[in-house]
Design a binder for this molecule. Structure first.
Ligand code: TV7
Ligand code: CA
Ligand code: ZN
Length: 406
């Protein structure tokens, strides 16, 4: 099978449960389970599972999630479903967490920033609890493998949900699996470095550790002044002056790299390599968590960067070269076929394999073949035949974004 081999001298583990694909945020919501299905099929189709220990994830327990999240919030998440939402909202200890209404709100928000309105960032949907506890379980098990030394690199592409707060969902994120993982890592490791290449600012992780000098957070993200519509790019934080909570021991242990739209491979590579290497040198971490959000790729439905899969993967290779225990997590990524290409390529990089550019036709998944339900737009992408590590042309972002079909 494509000469896939296990890496020499170190071990990689892959943590996943296909049931996360049963989630549906809503018809027009950008977060699609289909990207995880495609990723799984590329990884299996290329035979990369032969290069790693693969584990079927088990749901995290409520107590594990309480290590960071508010107890009432955890109870709400474990009990909520579209049918139970309204009743749960009336319970005083949950109702107390309902944000005040603003006049120009387009969606009605319930407790913990959750909502059943169709336009909500964090909707309540069928199978939501199962999805949340599974992606968290996968991240926590991956973390255990690193802690016991049974893995040197552990991967969970369904995790990396960096916006969730202690008692509030935000930006498609409900449970902050990254914070929970880092809290576990801190039991053994003196210093943990968190790096975030998702196009959005990793605000939830930064906030959780803003007073913690043993965790350094470093986020690369789109950031800038108000756009034509009078909005800031979500979540609107992560200015260069944002360096951790001033006046506490956490000051200087957060770093932010705000970037304008259209950044290309050469520019990104320069920023990423110089800043990341200098940070590792100065902070001297004993392990690294890398959130690999794929919405920083050119042509992403929500992103505004212009980097290729090749460059996105080079960030993973660069971090891997430091030979520290490494947790690789997913995150954003809204042009499904490119997300799958990137994360499959990065699985290959983690295991020291090089994939052929051509995707063998027999492994291109057919949407109608899964669980009797049509995922994605139901079309077979003619362009989904090659890995195309370099198809996003430099310096052409303004023209390409949301137009080019790779
Ligand atoms: C990690 N952008 C998460 C990134 C989270 C981004 C946002 C949407 C969006 C939501 C939808 C939808 C959308 C086409 C895009 C200020 C608002 C504006 C809701 C419409 N289509 C990650 C979150 C960001 C929901 N939110 O980092 C349902 O875009 O900008 C905002 C906030 C208020 C809420 N409205 C958007 O990648 C995983 N949301 C269609 C249907
Ligand atoms: Ca980021
Ligand atoms: Zn994102």
């Amino acid at each position: 099978e494509n000469n896939i081999t296990r890496p020499r001298g170190y071990k990689v583990s892959f943590h996943y449960n296909s049931r996360v694909e049963d989630m549906h945020f809503g018809k027009t919501h950008p977060m699609k389970p289909w990207r995880l299905t495609l990723t799984k099929h590329l990884v299996l189709g290329f035979g990369l599972h032969h290069a790693m220990d693969t584990y079927q994830a088990v749901a995290a327990g409520k107590d594990q999630i309480r290590a960071f999240h508010d107890s009432d919030y955890v109870d709400f998440l474990s009990e909520v479903a579209p049918e139970t939402f309204e009743e749960l909202c009336k319970i005083p200890r949950f109702y107390a967490h309902t944000p005040p209404r603003h006049e120009n709100d387009t969606v009605e928000l319930g407790p913990f920033n959750l909502s059943t309105s169709p336009g909500a960032d964090c909707p309540v949907f069928d199978g939501m609890s199962t999805y949340l506890f599974l992606y968290t379980g996968a991240t926590l098990h991956a973390t255990q493998k690193l802690l016991t030394g049974q893995s040197d690199i552990a991967i969970n592409w369904s995790g990396g949900l960096h916006h969730a707060h202690k008692s509030e969902a935000s930006g498609f994120c409900y449970i902050n699996d990254i914070v929970l993982s880092i809290l576990d890592l801190l039991r053994v490791h003196a210093r943990v470095l968190y790096i975030d290449i998702d196009v959005h600012h990793g605000d939830g992780v930064e906030e959780a550790f803003q007073r913690q000098p043993r965790v350094m957070t470093l986020s690369y993200h789109r950031y800038g002044p108000y756009d034509e519509t009078g909005h800031k790019f979500f979540p609107g934080t992560g200015d260069i002056s944002d360096i951790g909570l001033r006046g506490t021991v956490g000051e200087h242990f957060a770093l932010n790299v705000p970037i304008p739209s259209g950044i290309d491979d050469r520019q990104y590579s320069y920023l990423f390599e110089s800043i990341t290497s200098r940070t590792i040198e100065a902070f001297n971490p004993s392990c690294i968590v890398l959130q690999c959000g794929a919405d920083s790729l050119g042509g992403d439905r929500l992103g505004q960067f212009n980097i290729n899969i090749k460059q996105h993967g080079d960030c993973v290779s660069f971090v891997k070269k430091f030979r520290l225990p490494l947790l690789l997590l997913g995150g954003g990524g809204y042009t499904a076929r490119n997300v799958a290409r990137a994360w499959c390529h990065e699985t290959a990089l983690a295991t020291n394999n090089t994939l052929p550019d051509a995707i063998p036709m027999h492994i291109v998944p057919r949407p109608e073949a899964f669980s009797g339900r049509v995922h994605g737009d139901g079309k077979l992408y003619p362009s989904f035949q090659r890995l195309h590590l370099n198809d996003c042309k430099d310096g052409e972002l303004e023209a390409m974004v949301k137009q080019v079909d790779w």
